[in-house]
Design a protein around this ligand. Structure first.
Ligand code: SAM
Length: 167
């Protein structure tokens, strides 16, 4: 894992294509107590500090109903990450791991996810615990924690399929 964009022993960087951010829209901004990567938690914790998620207009209208969920899944853009490492050494000890076997912020598309505990909603602002990102990190999406969510739309055939298919 990279903490300050350095390359460590045995880490491997590639020359990635020019990043195109897939037309993503930043729908808000996350406010946390951390202004340096080295101070952030590696993973958020349910009893961590209270953080704010500010939703921009017009997406604030999309908050209707979120207060019914005790936990939300938050997706965010780890905007200060490098994106070119395929092998990383989180232990800084020469032992390397493939990027996709890690939850490092360094990845081709630096999407971070956390399950947060929702304390309250005030207008366009959610107060949550469980984040691990820098102050000002752009917000990509919010969803109910899947373990709390029952689809409202009627079931469809794939919902009943079991067994093996390899295509
Ligand atoms: N919980 C998320 C996940 O599992 O997808 C992110 C985990 S990642 C290990 C968390 C680390 O990313 C933090 O400790 C910090 O070093 C780094 N980080 C946080 N916010 C960042 C940002 N906006 N840009 C780049 N790195 C960031």
């Amino acid at each position: 894992m990279v903490r300050e964009n350095e390359i460590r022993q045995n880490e491997v960087a590639v020359s990635p294509p020019e990043p195109v951010d897939a037309g993503l829209v930043f729908i808000g901004r996350i406010r946390t107590p951390w202004d340096q990567r080295l101070l952030c938690p590696r993973q958020g914790r349910a009893d961590g500090p209270l953080c704010r998620i500010e939703i921009f207009e017009p997406w604030d209208q999309a908050l209707r109903g979120v207060e019914a969920f005790e936990r939300l899944e938050v997706l965010y853009w780890l905007d200060r990450s490098r994106r070119d490492l395929v092998l990383q050494s989180p232990g800084s000890n020469g032992k390397v791991h493939g990027t996709f076997s890690l939850r490092s912020p360094v990845r081709p598309n630096p999407i971070g996810t956390s399950i947060v505990h929702l304390e309250r909603v005030e207008g366009n602002v959610l107060f949550v615990r469980g984040l691990d990102c820098l102050d000002g990190t752009p917000l990509l999406d919010l969803k109910p924690d899947r373990s709390l969510f029952k689809p409202i739309a009627p079931p469809q055939p794939g919902d009943y399929e079991t067994g093996e298919t390899a295509t």
